[in-house]
Design a protein around this ligand. Structure first.
Ligand SMILES: [Fe+2]
Ligand SMILES: [Fe+2]
Length: 469
């Protein structure tokens, strides 16, 4: 309450000549509860709370995607990772503008305990269902509470960020609920699913509906997770869509791949990219010690591969194929044994080697008056350029975190080629013609290949006959 004497004091007080230097404690005492305003240090705490939630939920969902045996779930859900990380990134930019240090941001204890408590569920359908029906709606309500606490002038830059995040979050929740309705993931046992749902509700109540507690509040105690045998996150065995015909190698014959050896194989190659979603989600969930920006980039990377798969599957259907009936797919059942090796192999070798084949196909599609198919490699190559850039940016850091050693990019690429060569030699069933070729080489020739970008790519890349038929 402002006293009537206050304006007089204000008028008589001169800023010049006042003693400086009250302690932070004294200043905080003078502020008291700040008449309900959020001071910059309060915003710092509120933003940290939401950044940690967005980041943690994205990582939990990534851990659950390999447990969800439905093609549509694998292709569509990584969009949620991408959006969550975009929201976290924007909030973090605002967080960095505020005073109070911009170093590491460990999750507030209530957020950490909440994420750990809701992570294990009986089934992917239970976790993702609770995400769209319980957790994300609570998060949206908590953002609204934050909005209401902001002052329209003092906090305008924060409100600007919140307005965009909230509108997109609402749209995402609506999309997610529709998606789950249209693409049910069977297999959950209702009694277990109900048990998990009520656990999530209890956890949400314990953490104030995801609205941050006050500065001096005690850390809440969360209920113990009641699921005795969780199916995730980060399962050792992945679940795949039971409708798909799976095999350990890429089909190199018409049975299993009716486009084999023709220009249209480019379309099939895009369609197959859902196969990298599980290992990429495993990396997103489990990669330790990497900076926040890595996860922002990697969420985009993962989502792009889903888009590539979608554009391939969509084009196959347009060309008269039924992707489920007509094709076989190469997908592993076990969790990636080395997250680091997978990332290095994907970005430094696999993606880096794919440009010649993809770019080369564009004029052939155009000559056959098929610009719609030509758009696949046209778009794909732009994304791949970005992904190879992510590889250059993050591979040395991933290697350093994993081994404690620094290594330059060229050496790392050579190491990755050597590791892929070893796995091709050790794995004849999964590597097809590349195995036969590599086995025919002596040690000196293999070393030459490891040191040559074009030589190695030529040996492992698909050989396409671009004859127009
Ligand atoms: Fe791709
Ligand atoms: Fe890619």
């Amino acid at each position: 309450m402002v006293s009537s004497a206050t304006p007089i004091i204000r008028k008589e007080t001169r800023i010049k000549g006042l003693p400086h230097g009250v302690s932070a404690e004294e200043e905080n005492r003078l502020w008291g509860d700040a008449a309900g305003y959020l001071r910059p240090r309060d915003h710092k705490a509120w933003l940290a709370h939401f950044i940690s939630l967005e980041f943690g939920l994205a990582r939990l969902l990534a851990g659950w995607i390999p447990a969800c045996g439905h093609l549509e779930w694998k292709i569509e859900l990584p969009r949620v990772l991408f959006e969550g990380m975009q929201h976290a990134r924007r909030l973090r930019e605002r967080w960095e503008e505020l005073p109070g240090g911009n170093g590491e941001l460990p999750p507030p204890p209530a957020v950490r305990d909440f994420l750990l408590a809701i992570g294990p569920a009986d089934h992917g359908a239970s976790f993702v269902g609770a995400l769209f029906h319980r957790v994300l709606p609570a998060l949206a309500r908590a953002y609204r509470t934050y909005q209401e606490r902001c002052d329209t002038v003092y906090d305008a830059p924060t409100l600007y960020v919140l307005r965009g995040v909230l509108a997109e979050k609402d749209a995402l929740i609506e999309w997610g609920r529709r998606f789950l309705e249209q693409n049910p993931l069977g297999g959950a046992v209702e009694a277990q699913a109900a048990l998990y749902r009520s656990h999530v509700d209890a956890c949400l109540r314990a953490v104030n509906g995801l609205v941050p507690f006050g500065r001096d509040a005690a850390t809440p105690t969360l209920p113990a997770n009641p699921i005795a045998a969780p199916a995730g996150p980060f399962p050792e065995k992945r679940s795949n869509d039971p409708r798909l015909k799976l095999r350990p190698d890429i089909p190199n014959e018409h049975k299993g791949n009716p486009t084999h050896g023709t220009l249209l194989e480019i379309v099939y190659h895009d369609a197959t990219e859902w196969q990298v979603v599980d290992p990429m989600c495993e990396i997103f969930h489990g990669m330790p010690g990497m900076p926040f920006e890595f996860f922002v980039d990697f969420a985009r990377h993962t989502w792009d591969e889903c888009r590539h798969s979608r554009m391939g599957l969509r084009r196959l259907v347009e060309l008269g194929y039924d992707p489920i009936r007509d094709f076989e797919w190469c997908a592993g059942a076990d969790r990636t044994s080395s997250l680091t090796d997978y990332f290095l192999g994907l970005t430094l070798v696999g993606e880096a080697c794919s440009f010649t084949r993809k770019k080369g196909s564009i004029p052939f599609f155009l000559k056959t008056d098929d610009p719609r198919s030509a758009m696949l490699p046209e778009v794909d190559c732009v994304d791949e350029q970005l992904h190879v850039g992510f590889g250059h940016k993050w591979a040395p850091k991933i290697f350093e975190v994993a081994t404690g050693r620094s290594i330059d990019h060229e050496e790392l690429t050579r190491d990755s080629r050597a590791s892929i060569l070893r796995s091709i030699l050790a794995n004849p069933g999964a590597s097809g013609p590349a195995h036969a070729f590599m086995s025919s080489l002596d040690e000196a020739r293999r070393n030459e290949l490891i040191n040559s970008f074009s030589g190695f790519c030529g040996a492992i890349e698909f050989k396409l006959d671009l004859t127009v038929r």
